[in-house]
Design a protein around this ligand. Structure first.
Ligand code: FES
Length: 109
């Protein structure tokens, strides 16, 4: 088990702390906590709309696959710490800090 601190690109003063359990993805935790995060393919590594920026704790999750890397390259404003949130399932106990990019301009759901 661990904790995710969500930060928001659109509001630097806002933070939200949530629990995450092993096997759960960042996307699942975000959606369970009513965070607006697009996920057009439904969480099967088939789009890039669920991109997040992992500020710390990346070592608690699986390494990025080649497929995920391909989609991250196509994301809006990718950064060195971009990951697809649906592919980031907690493997080890610990805490994460994740920034949700602006969802403006993403056509999705
Ligand atoms: S929801 Fe499509 S890759 Fe994550």
């Amino acid at each position: 088990m661990g904790k995710i601190t969500f930060k928001f690109e659109t509001d630097e003063n806002k933070e939200l702390e949530c629990e995450i359990f092993e096997g759960e993805s960042i996307l699942e935790v975000a959606l369970d906590n009513d965070i607006n995060l697009n996920h057009n393919c439904g969480g099967v590594c088939g789009c890039s709309t669920c991109q997040v920026y992992v500020e710390s704790g990346e070592e608690l999750m699986p390494e990025m696959s080649d497929k995920e890397e391909d989609y991250v390259d196509r994301a809006r404003n990718p950064r060195f710490n971009s990951r697809l949130s649906c592919q980031c399932k907690l493997e080890k106990e610990g805490d994460l800090v994740v920034t949700i990019p602006t969802q403006k301009g993403i056509i999705g759901h």
